[in-house]
Design a protein around this ligand. Structure first.
Ligand code: HSE
Length: 425
């Protein structure tokens, strides 16, 4: 039996996927049993560096989702619509679905997986998180013996590239972003990456897989990297840290602690040395301990590697005649209770500018102490325009407590401003 594949989208990852499907030699033998029957595109006559069989291109995307000859629909359009509608249509028409679309899964996963279960079909999404890094299948299968408590990582290559260059060159965010856009490492509209939305989509998906409950995307606390300055990166380095955009999810006794934010990571931590466009995901659980997977988090080849792996999994299930496989399906329905921002605890780095006069550090210490914020270190590092620059690292404290202390601090006569506030791992 030949398994017919329909591809929705022929952008970077779509073209990478079509290229692998068209050149199966030396890969898994099951690839020889796959045939790319149709490819849905927006413009039929756009020049493409790809040899496809004549007649496979169509602009009627709906016809791919409903074609009775197609067994596996691969959605690589990105964005919420028409991806959501086409995925639901494909499931209703009895197809397994493979997608690399983190946004549609993070925002509409509950609806999509409920529809998949009702249809007795799978929605596979290895390419949605971490590009070529296998993480979805390990969380669903190989790590299933563990009580997982932590998933964290660097899941956005664009911001990791920008932060890496800022650290290497001592350059500011705006200049590096502009250069990254010129070189094609950042999109013309960089919002989803630099404001952390892409990473928030991905950690919502990972947390849901790791902890067995659905996660409402809007409950992910999300801060991007626009506020990270060359000054903070330099101070962090002097204190033994690098600044990374981390996506973190912890299963706490009081609920799910899930967030994306720039973070001071100790230089000796394995995530500190993940640089450039690479991604890395660290999973912690019992009895495993910790495991970290690192690799290329985006791009045609790596993401197509994940997508074709999923197509093979779907084809293997079809070969085996499996209508339902508990390790491939989504087997949870409830939504996780997430902790509100005020109750999320972490260590903090605070940079303050104040008049350089006696007693200021004492006053700061009093304000922190009044709100039970315990300090790990407080140092006056340098000067800026006649003002003293003071950097504080706290012990673990709730966000709400820290904000209350900062409110008191902002009212001090000697205090000029609080330019930076970041969390510390
Ligand atoms: N925009 C993403 C990133 C790639 O920069 O990592 C696709 O998920």
């Amino acid at each position: 039996m030949i398994w017919q594949v329909g591809l929705l989208g022929l952008g970077t990852v779509g073209a990478g996927t079509a290229a692998i499907l068209g050149d199966p030699a030396g890969r898994h033998p099951l690839l020889e049993k796959l045939h790319l029957r149709a490819v849905g595109v927006r413009h039929l006559h756009k020049p493409r560096h790809l040899s496809l069989e004549p007649g496979v291109l169509t602009t009627h995307l709906e016809s791919i989702a409903t074609d009775p000859e197609i067994h596996i629909v691969v959605e690589l359009l990105g964005g919420l619509e028409p991806a959501r509608t086409l995925i639901l249509a494909a499931l209703q028409h009895g197809k397994h679905v493979v997608t690399a679309n983190k946004a549609v899964i993070a925002h509409h996963g509950a609806e999509i997986f409920t529809a998949a279960t009702a249809a007795g079909r799978y929605v596979l999404m290895e390419g949605a998180v971490g590009g070529g890094i296998p993480i979805v299948q390990p969380l669903k299968q190989a790590l299933g013996a563990n009580r997982l408590h932590t998933v964290m990582g660097i899941v956005n290559g664009t911001t990791n590239y920008i932060l890496t260059r800022m650290a290497q060159e001592g350059a500011d965010f705006a200049a590096v972003l502009q250069d990254a856009q010129r070189l094609g490492y950042a999109e013309a509209d960089p919002t989803a990456d630099v404001d952390g939305w892409d990473a928030a989509d991905k950690i919502a998906i990972l947390a849901s897989l790791a902890f067995g409950e659905r996660v409402k995307r809007e409950s992910v606390v999300c801060e991007g990297i626009r506020a990270v300055t060359a000054t903070d990166i330099a101070y962090a380095e002097r204190l033994g840290y690098v600044i990374k955009l981390l996506a973190l999810a912890y299963q706490r006794p009081a609920g799910l602690d899930i967030r994306v934010h720039p973070t001071l990571v100790p230089q000796a931590h394995p995530l500190a040395s993940v640089n450039g466009v690479n991604n890395a995901i660290l999973v912690g659980g019992d009895p495993l301990g910790e495991v970290m997977l690192e690799g290329p988090g985006a791009g045609a080849g790596p993401t197509a590697s994940a997508v074709v792996g999923d197509i093979l999994t779907a084809a293997a299930a079809l070969e085996a005649g499996l209508g339902f496989h508990p390790l491939l399906s989504c087997n949870h329905e409830g939504f996780a209770e997430t902790l509100p921002l005020a109750q999320i605890a972490s260590r903090f780095y605070v940079r303050l500018l104040s008049q350089d006069q006696p007693g200021v550090i004492g006053q700061l210490g009093t304000c922190f102490g009044r709100h039970a914020v315990s300090l790990e270190s407080i140092v006056q590092i340098g000067h800026q325009e006649g003002l003293a620059e003071i950097v504080v690292i706290t012990h673990e404290v709730n966000h709400g407590q820290l904000q209350a202390a900062l409110e008191d601090i902002r009212a001090l006569a000697a205090l000029q401003s609080v330019p930076s506030l970041f969390r510390v791992l």
